[in-house]
Design a protein around this ligand. Structure first.
Ligand code: C2E
Ligand code: MG
Ligand code: MG
Length: 618
C-alpha cells in the first residue's frame, strides 16, 4: 500500500516538473516573439523576465521544483507589474496576463502558492490604481499598433495553452481514478468471494451457507414450500487420504463436488461444511418423497467408482436430513439436527440417509449421560465378563468360549454391550476396557485348561480403536505370558467394518498376531462388506456367520442358499465357519447338513458368568 502511495507521489512530481518546464518554455517563446515587436524599456523588461525564466528552467531541470516555480511566478508577476507601471497602468495589456499567472500558480504550486500569487496580483492592481489616482504615475494610453495584437495573442495563447494542459491532466486523472476504483472494487469482490467460498472446491463455505439458507427460507415462505437441509458425510474418506495421500483426497473431493453439483436441480445449493462434510439446501413442496429421491440420487453419485491416481476409489455417503420449518428455522440448530440424523444413518450401516426426529435428541441425551458414567464404572470395576460356549458340530464338544462384556446396574438390570461399546470406542476408553477383557479372559481360560479341559480356547472381541495405538500385540503377548496360555488357545474376533478401515497399521498387526499362532475370526460375517478376497489379506481363518442369517434359516430358502454359499466359499478358501445365534434343533440340523464347522447359541447356553460357565462345563 505505502509502495503504491510512493509510486503515485513520484508520478505526480514528474508530471509537475514536466508542466513547469512546458510553461517556462511556452512563456519564453511568447516573450521571444514579443521581443521582435517590443520597443524601449519594454525590451529590457522582457530580457530580464527571459533570464529569470531560463534560471527557473534550469532549477526545474535539476528537479528543484519549488524554487523553480517561485522564480517563474515571481518574475512573471514582476514583469507584468513593471509593464503596467511603465505603460498604461490599470489599462495596460499586461493586466491580461494576471489570469494566466493565477492558472500557472494553481497548476504548479499548492494552495499556499496560489493564494500568495493571488494576493500579489490584487496588491499590484491596488498599487497601480492608487499610484495613478495619487498622480505619482502618469499612465500613457498608447495608440493601437500591430504590436498590441502580437502581445495580446501571445498572452491569450499561453494562458489558453496552460488551461488546456491543466484540463487534460484533470481528465487523465479522472480516468486513472476510475480505473483504480474499478480495480479496488474487483479486488473487494475477490476478497468477498474468498471469504464466502471454499478454496478447494469453489463451493460456498459454511458461513455463506447460512446466508443462502436465509435467502432460501424467505423464498420458501413466499412460495409456501419447505426447505430440507441435507448433511452429507463421506464414509471411508479417511482411508483414501491415508492410503493415496492428501492430493488424492483433494481430487476426490473436487470430483465428487462436480458430480453432485451437476446433478442438483436449479434452486438447490451445494455447500462445503468442512473436511468431507457437505450441505445441500433443497427446497421442496412438503412431500418427503422428493427429498428421498434426491438423497438417494446423491448417495448413488457418491458411491460410483472414482478413478484417482490410476486407482479405483470407492466411497459412500451418509446423509442426515432436517427440514425447515418442521424442525425449526435456525440454521445452526438445523445443522445440529441434520448432523444427529446423519450419525443415525452411519449407525444404520452407512451409505444411506436418515431424517431427524425428536426422539434422536432423547437418544443423544441418554448417550451423553451413559458416557459420563463409563469412566467411573471402569475405575470401580463395575464391569463383568460373561462367557458363552462355541460347539463343534461334528462331535458336540465345546471348542471355545467367547468372552462378552457385561455392565450390571444397581437395580439388577444389565446395559447391553451394543449400547456402551460404541460409546467406549468414541471416547477411547475401549483401550483400557479391552485390555482388561484380554487379561481376564486369558487367566480364566488358563484356569479351565488346568482343570481338565486342556484344549479349550477363548475368543475375545476386538474393536478397531484397539489397533490404533499400535501396541495391541504387546498387550496380547503380555496377557498370554502372565496367564501362561499358549497363543493357539486365543482367538480374536474382528468385525467386517474393521476390515473396511483397511490400513497398513491394522494389516501389519494382524500379520504379527497370526504369526504368533493366534486365530483371527471375522465376526458378524455377511452384515458388512462380505468381501471374501479381503479375508486372506487379514490372515482370517474363521468366519462367524451373522445371527440374522441363522435365525431365519429354516423359514427362507433364499437364506439357506446364502448360508450354503458362504460355507462353501469359506471352505474353498480354507476357512472354518461358525454359525452364531442357533436357538433350536431344526436350525442346528440344517447347519450340520450344510457342513458348518461350529455353532454358538442359546440352544446350548446363553452367555454365563465365569463360575456358572465353569459349572456348566463340568
Ligand atoms: P458378538 O461378538 O457378535 O456377540 C454375540 C452376541 O450374540 C452376544 O450379544 C450374545 O449374547 C448374542 N447371542 C449369542 N447366542 C445367541 C442366540 O442364540 N440368540 C440370540 N438372540 N443372541 C445370541 P452381546 O453379549 O449382547 O454382545 C453384543 C456385541 O457386543 C458382541 O457381538 C460384540 O460385538 C460386542 N462385545 C461384547 N463384548 C465385547 C468386548 O469385550 N469387546 C468388544 N470390542 N466388543 C464386545
Ligand atoms: Mg463376537
Ligand atoms: Mg457376532
Amino acid at each position: 500500500m505505502t509502495e503504491r502511495v510512493e509510486q503515485y507521489t513520484d508520478t505526480f512530481r514528474q508530471i509537475r516538473r514536466q508542466r513547469l518546464m512546458q510553461i517556462c518554455i511556452a512563456t519564453s517563446i511568447g516573450l521571444i516573439i514579443s521581443l521582435l515587436v517590443a520597443r524601449g524599456v519594454t525590451l529590457y523588461i522582457f530580457c530580464a523576465a527571459l533570464s529569470c525564466l531560463f534560471i527557473a528552467l534550469v532549477f526545474a531541470f535539476k528537479d528543484r521544483l519549488h524554487l523553480s516555480a517561485y522564480i517563474m511566478l515571481g518574475s512573471l508577476a514582476t514583469m507584468l507589474f513593471s509593464l503596467a507601471l511603465t505603460g498604461a497602468g490599470m489599462f495596460d495589456l499586461a493586466i491580461l496576463g494576471y489570469p494566466g499567472l493565477l492558472i500557472f500558480a494553481a497548476t504548479l504550486g499548492g494552495v499556499g502558492v496560489f493564494f500568495t500569487v493571488l494576493s500579489f496580483v490584487i496588491i499590484q492592481c491596488a498599487l497601480l490604481t492608487w499610484l495613478t489616482l495619487e498622480g505619482v504615475i502618469n499612465p500613457n494610453i498608447p495608440t493601437l499598433t500591430w504590436a498590441h495584437l502580437v502581445f495580446s495573442t501571445v498572452i491569450i495563447t499561453i494562458t489558453g495553452f496552460s488551461v488546456y494542459i491543466l484540463v487534460r491532466d484533470i481528465k487523465k486523472l479522472m480516468v486513472s481514478l476510475q480505473k483504480e476504483n474499478a480495480k479496488v472494487q474487483k479486488s473487494q469482490r475477490e476478497v468477498q468471494h474468498l471469504a464466502h467460498h471454499d478454496a478447494l472446491t469453489g463451493l460456498p463455505n459454511r458461513f455463506y451457507a447460512e446466508n443462502l439458507f436465509h435467502n432460501e427460507l424467505n423464498n420458501m415462505r413466499s412460495k409456501q414450500q419447505k426447505l430440507a437441509l441435507m448433511f452429507i458425510d463421506l464414509d471411508n474418506f479417511k482411508p483414501v487420504n491415508d492410503a493415496l495421500g492428501h492430493a488424492a483426497g483433494d481430487e476426490l473431493l473436487q470430483r465428487l463436488t462436480h458430480r453432485v453439483a451437476s446433478m442438483l436441480p436449479p434452486g438447490h445449493h451445494l455447500t462445503r461444511f468442512g473436511g468431507d462434510e457437505f450441505i445441500v439446501l433443497a427446497p421442496f413442496d412438503g412431500d418427503r418423497h422428493q427429498c428421498d429421491e434426491l438423497a438417494q440420487a446423491i448417495i448413488k453419485q457418491c458411491a460410483s467408482i472414482f478413478e484417482i491416481l490410476h486407482t479405483q476409489v470407492v466411497v459412500s455417503a451418509s446423509i442426515g436430513i432436517a427440514c425447515a420449518p418442521d424442525d425449526g428455522n435456525d440454521f445452526r440448530q438445523l445443522c445440529r439436527k441434520a448432523d444427529i440424523a446423519m450419525y443415525e444413518a452411519k449407525q444404520d450401516g452407512r451409505n444411506t440417509f436418515h431424517y431427524y426426529d425428536k426422539s434422536l435428541d432423547q437418544t443423544n441425551d441418554d448417550k451423553f449421560r451413559l458416557l459420563q458414567r463409563l469412566r467411573p464404572a471402569l475405575n470401580n470395576k463395575e464391569f463383568e465378563i460373561y462367557y458363552q460356549p462355541m460347539m463343534s458340530l461334528r462331535n458336540s464338544k465345546v471348542t471355545t468360549i467367547e468372552a462378552l462384556l457385561r455392565w450390571p446396574q444397581a437395580d439388577g438390570s444389565m446395559i447391553s454391550p451394543d449400547r456402551f461399546i460404541p460409546l467406549a470406542e468414541s471416547s477411547g476408553l475401549i483401550n483400557e476396557l479391552g485390555n482388561w477383557v484380554i487379561e481376564q479372559a486369558c487367566v480364566f481360560c488358563a484356569q479351565l485348561r488346568s482343570q481338565g479341559m486342556p484344549d479349550l480356547r477363548v475368543a475375545i472381541n476386538l474393536s478397531v480403536v484397539q489397533f490404533k495405538s499400535g501396541h495391541l500385540q504387546e498387550t496380547v503377548e503380555k496377557a498370554l505370558n502372565d496367564a501362561g496360555l499358549p497363543p493357539n488357545a486365543l482367538e480374536l474376533e474382528l468385525t467386517e467394518s474393521l476390515l473396511i478401515d483397511n490400513t497398513l497399521l491394522i494389516r501389519q498387526q494382524l500379520e504379527r498376531l497370526s504369526q504368533l499362532g493366534i486365530t483371527i475370526a471375522i465376526d458378524d460375517f455377511g452384515t458388512g462388506y462380505s468381501n471374501l478376497g479381503y479375508l486372506r489379506d487379514f490372515k482370517a481363518s474363521k468366519l462367524k456367520i451373522d445371527r440374522s442369517f441363522i435365525s431365519s434359516l429354516c423359514e427362507s430358502k433364499d437364506q439357506e442358499s446364502l448360508v450354503k454359499a458362504i460355507i462353501n466359499m469359506a471352505a474353498s478358501l480354507g476357512l472354518k465357519t461358525i454359525a452364531e445365534g442357533i436357538e433350536d434343533q431344526a436350525t442346528l440340523d440344517k447347519l450340520m447338513a450344510l457342513q458348518c464347522d461350529e455353532g454358538q447359541g442359546f440352544l446350548w447356553a446363553t452367555p454365563l458368568p465365569a463360575e456358572e460357565l465353569a459349572g456348566w462345563l463340568s
